[in-house]
Design a protein around this ligand. Structure first.
Ligand code: FAD
Length: 447
């Protein structure tokens, strides 16, 4: 079997390695337009938080590693055309020479680009998006020099950047058109805690404000015009509007209405010889009636595994996503899974919710930490629909427990009676998740 994969980021790499592990005789050729692979997009934040010394370290595989495993990697090779009836991919190398590659199965792992806007931007060296290694190197250099920075978009990228930029003597503005940060993942009770931390750190938080344009002031400075005010900046980071990259196939493959490539649960496109995975497709979200574009690496590696299995004839179906996320910002761990209350209502679910602050340890211990927990439950069935956690203690593994609970349609009653450990040096007799479910039930039934 000869498999060609276009795109050597998280998705393409996972598919290539899985194909080789399943059958070392599979011929796997990866085509990548950049000259490097496996860079992790949040490298800028890792470097600014001094978790790594250089951006170069923020990789987990080299093309030499892949070659050792028998994967052919073509770097600086841009796929320009696919001829599906002949099963041929045409690509251009760094010398602009054109080559043809035939395939038995093709995997599209072209991912997403981070930025699409109709705005007229200030000159290119004053505004940046970052995802790849070269763009991240550029951002780091420019951030270091910049004195007044606006970050457009209060999602994970924007908020993580704010955290990394705090205490650096720069004027930082975070501009978000919604009425809260991280609104796709957090309910108001939790997001307002994050917002307070952003404000306390000296960052200017602009909620309910959209950027409507930029105008140059002089060589260094420009105005970022929002719906409410004019901000003097010398640098802007745009952290919104990731879009799937379907350039190569939009004319002959079925697309979803949101612009992603249509795939069935085996990750097969409308052409049975072509599979797609990662950020270029949409995902079925548990308790939602639609598939959504959710650019998260946890979806990418799972869809890549499913695609590789099915390419080699093994039957594997993609499950669902709870869009589980976690981060550490402003000295707090924040994690989310499933639908927020607003999303659940939008999906037509009748839900109830509860927000609690619970102690982690027994009172006799010196270390005392607390967890903020939000749970969204379906009314009547008591099925868990969503959960969010925030704490200075690392509670990120608990979000995976909640994700599993949502996936398995676990009820509040089951969460109370499930077998979770107790150790007096670590937690309370009833752990955080059971305790939250317990309080929810008591509150519901008490007379
Ligand atoms: C700043 C930032 C931070 C993020 N942090 C997180 C995080 O903490 N956790 C998380 O889960 N997700 C995070 N994400 C999202 C995550 O990066 C994406 O979900 C992931 O990169 C998608 O992987 P992919 O393999 O589908 O595609 P991509 O990473 O988009 O890669 C696609 C690859 O295809 C190549 N390609 C495209 N077209 C062609 C062509 N014609 N020929 C050859 N090659 C081509 C591209 O060069 C690229 O290497 C972050 C994103 C950004 C921008």
């Amino acid at each position: 079997m000869k498999v060609v994969i276009i795109g050597a980021s998280h998705g393409g790499l996972q598919a290539a390695l899985t194909l080789k592990k399943l059958n070392p005789h599979t011929e796997v050729i990866l085509i990548e337009k950049r000259n490097e692979i496996s860079f992790v997009s949040s490298g800028v934040v890792l470097k600014m938080n001094q978790l790594v010394d250089t951006l170069d370290e923020v990789r987990y595989l080299t093309s030499e590693d892949l070659a050792e495993k028998g994967v052919d990697v073509l770097l600086n090779a841009t796929a320009t055309t696919i001829i599906p009836n002949k099963k041929i991919v045409v690509y251009e190398d760094s010398n602009k020479d054109i080559h043809e590659l035939n395939y038995e199965k093709l995997i599209l792992a072209t991912g997403s680009n981070q930025f699409a806007t109709n705005l007229t931007l200030p000159s290119k060296d004053k505004v940046t998006v970052f995802k790849s290694y070269p763009s991240s190197v550029e951002v780091l250099e420019k951030l270091e020099k910049a004195k007044s920075i606006s970050i457009v978009g209060g999602g994970y990228i924007g908020v993580e950047l704010c955290d990394a930029l705090k205490d650096q003597g720069k004027e930082v503005h975070l501009i978000e058109s919604a009425d809260s940060v991280l609104f796709r993942y957090l309910s108001k009770e939790v997001s307002s805690l994050v917002e307070q931390k952003i404000i306390d750190s000296g960052i200017h938080l602009h909620l309910n404000e959209s950027v409507i344009g930029f105008s140059d002031l002089d060589q260094d400075m420009f105005i970022t015009q929002t719906t409410n005010e004019e901000i003097r900046n010398d640098y802007v980071i745009v952290a919104v509007n990731a879009r799937p990259d379907t350039t190569l196939v939009k004319d002959f493959l079925d697309l979803n209405t949101n612009g992603t490539i249509y795939v069935n649960e085996k990750m097969q496109t409308s052409d049975p010889n072509i599979f797609a995975l990662g950020d270029v497709i949409s995902y079925p979200v548990r308790n939602s009636y639609r598939k959504s574009f959710i650019p998260l690496v946890n979806n990418v590696v799972r869809s890549a595994t499913v695609a590789a299995m099915n390419v080699l004839g093994h039957q594997m179906k993609y499950n669902m996503t709870q869009k589980t996320t976690a981060t550490k910002i402003f000295n707090s761990y924040i994690a989310s899974t499933g639908l927020t209350e607003d999303e659940a209502k939008f999906e037509g679910l009748e839900v109830e919710s509860m927000f609690l602050t619970l102690p982690c340890q027994l009172p006799f211990l010196e270390l005392q930490e607390e967890v903020h927990i939000k749970m969204v439950i379906e009314r009547g069935s008591h099925k868990l629909i969503g959960g969010q956690l925030m704490s200075e203690k690392d509670i990120t593994q608990s979000i995976n427990t909640l994700s599993l609970a949502i996936d398995k349609e676990t009820t509040l009653e089951e969460l109370v009676t499930m077998d979770f450990y107790f150790n007096p040096a670590i937690n309370q007799p009833m752990g955080i998740i059971s305790r939250a479910a317990y309080e929810f039930l008591i509150n519901k039934y008490k007379v």
